[in-house]
Design a protein around this ligand. Structure first.
Ligand code: PLP
Length: 432
């Protein structure tokens, strides 16, 4: 295992980046601001479950690029698909065969989508589902659950108001107060709060956005009955249910979380894994609703890069890997081994943790309280997480630099990798 703090080349690149790229990073979550600061690690190469940085250090990777890389880095089947696609031209701006093939494959895996449209990111996919829901219902209010992230469109960067049934306030500079008044945020896993809010606002609500299994304040499963209640209450009020499955689709099963719980939303937003590592998003839903979208209907949505042959090819190839028998069983078994090892290490070194895991995804919270909502996740000790994160890096394990993120396993992690990771956790906990 690499146990090197030698990262001079990363430090130098970061200094250079600070001069040219705002904050040195192209997405704020990549900065080390939430873990006590410092230069992020600059990766040179990914291979299977490993990263190699620009100083030659090796890391076992659990970031998986915030979810998409479920088949590990540089998977040969996906690489080959990309090479084939690029040899035929990267972008057509015309319809082509692969987008039809991929749309069929996605529909087979997620049957609640009668019709699909590809976009370039999860942000675009979610943003458009809201537009379509508003066009379809003729209503304007949007509901979401606190702590859930649905991309960076204005409408999705709204913080909760002062009570569960009040309108929101902007969560980012540049988002208008008028936009904030269009969004209501309620606590996840709280049916009563949802019911009360809908009693007050239901006749003006176009849609509710749901991460059916939360991935954005760690891995948090819905309580039994929560998703069904949200579906029922929403429909009683004539509004639409949109599942944001940007993280969850193909993460826990071949298909989506809606199949895990047997609940059908009206629309679904996808991204991340379905691109096999290239930029992608997609949304889909019942035919009657999707027919609101241009060129059939009045809701406009477009994209120069949307459905590009390269993203279609890598997406299809990724799903071909994931549909092989045993993939999700393996992810679950490795996840269970990792969970047991982390729990044992916490006991041995007297470190208080709460661990949430579902199959090949888990989150370690530095709190003794169970985490079922954002309030619970906020109680995780961020300062302790920051130290743990940096110790893990020193011990050759790459995690996401935020206490709210998940560890994602890939099909390429081995039992040996898990054992090495558990050793790293033991060494890190011993020094916390
Ligand atoms: N929805 C969820 C649940 C996400 O986790 C994310 C990104 O992390 C998005 C939407 C936005 O996707 P993208 O970053 O591809 O725009």
């Amino acid at each position: 295992m690499t146990t090197s703090s030698n990262r001079q080349s990363s430090d130098a690149l970061y200094q250079d980046a600070l001069t040219h790229i705002v904050g040195g990073v192209n997405s704020p979550s990549r900065s080390f601001k939430a873990v006590g600061g410092g230069a992020p690690v600059y990766m040179e190469r990914g291979e299977g479950a490993y990263f190699y940085d620009v100083d030659g250090n090796r890391y076992i990777d659990y970031l998986a690029a915030y979810g998409p890389i479920i088949t590990g880095h540089a998977h040969p089947h996906i690489h080959e698909a990309l090479m084939n696609a690029s040899s035929k031209g990267l972008l057509y701006g015309t319809p082509h065969r692969l987008e039809v093939e991929f749309a069929k494959k996605l529909k087979q895996a997620i049957p609640s989508m009668d019709k699909v449209r590809f976009t370039n990111s999860g942000t675009e996919a979610v943003m458009t589902t809201v537009r379509v829901a508003r066009a379809y219902t003729g209503r304007e209010l949007v509901v979401k659950f606190s702590g859930c992230y649905h991309g960076h469109s204005d409408l999705m960067l709204i913080a909760a108001g002062s009570g569960p049934a009040t309108l929101g306030s902007p969560d980012s500079a540049g988002v208008t107060k008028a936009t904030a008044k269009e969004v209501i945020t309620v606590p996840f896993n709280d049916v009563e709060a949802y019911r009360e809010m809908m009693k007050e606002w239901g006749d003006q609500v176009a849609c509710v956005l749901v991460e059916p299994i939360v991935g954005n304040f760690g891995i948090v499963e819905p309580k039994p009955g929560f998703l069904q209640a949200v579906n029922d209450i929403t429909h009683e009020h004539g509004a639409l249910v949109i599942y944001d499955e940007v993280i969850t689709a193909f993460r826990f099963t071949y298909g989506s979380a809606q199949q895990v719980y047997g609940i059908e939303p009206d629309m679904t937003a996808l991204g991340k894994i379905i691109g096999g590592g290239l930029p992608i998003g997609a949304y889909g839903g019942k035919a009657e609703i999707m027919e609101t979208v241009a060129p059939l209907g009045p809701a406009y949505q477009a994209g120069t890069m949307a459905g590009n042959p390269a993203s279609m090819a890598t997406g299809i190839a990724c799903l071909e890997v994931l549909e092989q028998p045993g993939v999700y069983e393996k992810l679950d078994a490795l996840g269970a081994k990792l969970e047991a090892g982390i729990r044992e290490a916490a006991e041995k070194h007297d470190v208080t943790i709460t661990l949430n895991r579902l199959k090949g995804a888990l989150t370690v919270y530095f709190t003794d309280e169970i985490v079922t909502d954002y309030e619970g996740a906020e109680k995780s000790d961020g300062e302790k997480f920051g130290r743990f994160f940096k110790l893990m890096l020193e011990n050759g394990v790459n995690l996401a630099p935020s206490k709210y993120e998940a560890w994602f396993l890939t099909t390429e992690h081995t039992e040996q990798d898990i054992e090495e990771t558990i050793e790293a956790v033991n060494r890190s906990f011993a020094q916390l």
